[in-house]
Design a protein around this ligand. Structure first.
Ligand code: SF4
Length: 366
């Protein structure tokens, strides 16, 4: 049994350990409080409106999100950590790739290694250090894999506020992964939730290529390019394809325009772009030529591998359809017109028709 002040007393050491493990921030919150219930109510409403699209697992696990004890019996506190991933000098490179329709834009979090294992390993190490300092306690690491309201916990722990784009945001920006350590330790006294500093700004709402941020703090995933290119299994709605531009895996636009990201700290080396692949500005034509074995081999250890080769080709076909009508673009698409997947063929057919119809002017939003 631990003293009610154990986490408060450990706070300074926890911060040091977090920094040593490469985390950019750490905060602690109670596993149960009114703010989390409010966050869950908002989440339930979002699901009711169908804004989660085909992410059925979100609806299936909705109630678990409200019950931390379903993840760890006797959960009393949640330690949230942030792990930065933005490449140093990343903004110029990101904008340059977005401005070149024949280059593939991949969300910057996905240029290097998949963060799940890295985050999990470091949180395990943090828990073990805690145990060696204060003795055994019950804990469970959660990295995207368990149904948690991670932004709400991080906010309660003082890591940042929920930006109007719905991501966790702090004075160090929003380019970080979040992970949680549920513990049976009593929560620290006197939580200091972060205060919002979005003010009257609404740049992220205006910048979204598909207007997926339908109101401040409300995202309709069915319009979000991250959802459409990663989570969505089927056909990308035709009306949205031109606005997808050259984004073939995720989208960073709402974060790129955020003033708090102007001085985002350099991310962890594990998430840097692998030089050999140069995925931060790769040629769409070259990526379209990857066979499934290339896709699996080259992307070993990358989060991109999760979408599979079929969705990869689907996404690249849309991006090629938004390119100027150059012979190499037509050839790259033509080589896939008889692909065994109906999904790929349909998107390739759309892209060819769009280019031949002369509609593929500038695919980028004004
Ligand atoms: S762009 Fe502006 S409104 Fe959007 S999250 Fe950043 S500060 Fe908030």
């Amino acid at each position: 049994m631990h003293d009610g002040n154990v986490l408060t007393q450990l706070a300074a050491q926890l911060s040091d350990w977090a920094a040593e493990l490469g985390f950019s921030a750490l905060g602690m919150a109670a596993a149960h409080d009114a703010e989390l219930r409010n966050a869950h109510a908002r989440y339930a409403d979002w699901l009711k409106q169908g804004r989660h699209g085909e992410m059925d697992y979100m609806a299936r696990n909705a109630d678990l999100r409200a019950r931390p004890e379903s993840l760890l019996a006797n959960a009393q506190s949640v330690i949230s950590v942030a792990l930065a991933y933005w490449p140093e000098q990343g903004l110029a490179r990101a904008l340059s790739t977005l401005a070149h329709p024949e280059r593939a834009y991949i969300s910057r979090y996905a240029l290097g290694r998949d963060y799940h294992k890295i985050m999990r390993r470091r949180l395990n190490a943090l828990a073990r250090r805690m145990e060696s300092a204060i003795g055994p306690f019950a804990w469970r690491v959660c990295v995207d894999s368990a149904p948690v309201l991670e932004v709400a916990f991080a906010r309660q722990g003082g890591l940042g506020w929920r930006g109007k784009h719905t991501l966790l945001l702090s004075r160090q920006g929003s380019f970080h992964f979040l992970g949680e350590l549920y513990t049976s330790l009593p929560p620290p006294a006197g939580e200091k939730p972060a205060v919002s500093h979005c003010g009257t700004c609404n740049r992220c709402l205006r910048a979204c290529p598909t207007q997926a941020i339908v109101a401040p703090y409300e995202v309709d995933a069915r319009r979000c390019i991250a959802y459409l290119t990663i989570e969505h299994p089927g056909s990308i709605p035709e009306a949205l394809r031109p606005a997808v531009g050259n984004r073939i895996y995720g989208c960073d636009d709402c974060q790129i325009v955020c003033p708090w990201n102007r001085s985002a700290p350099a991310g962890d080396a594990a998430f840097l772009c692998r030089d050999a692949l140069a995925l931060d500005a790769a040629s769409l034509v070259e990526l379209m030529a990857w066979e499934e074995t290339d896709f699996l081999d080259k992307l070993t250890g990358s989060p991109i591998r999760r979408i599979g080769h079929q969705r990869w080709l689907r996404n690249i076909a849309v991006a090629l359809g938004n390119c100027p009508p150059k012979p190499e673009v037509l050839r790259a698409l033509g080589a896939r017109i008889e692909h065994p997947s109906a999904l790929v063929r349909e998107h390739v057919g759309w892209a060819l028709a769009r280019i031949r119809g002369g509609n593929a002017a500038n695919a980028h939003p004004p």
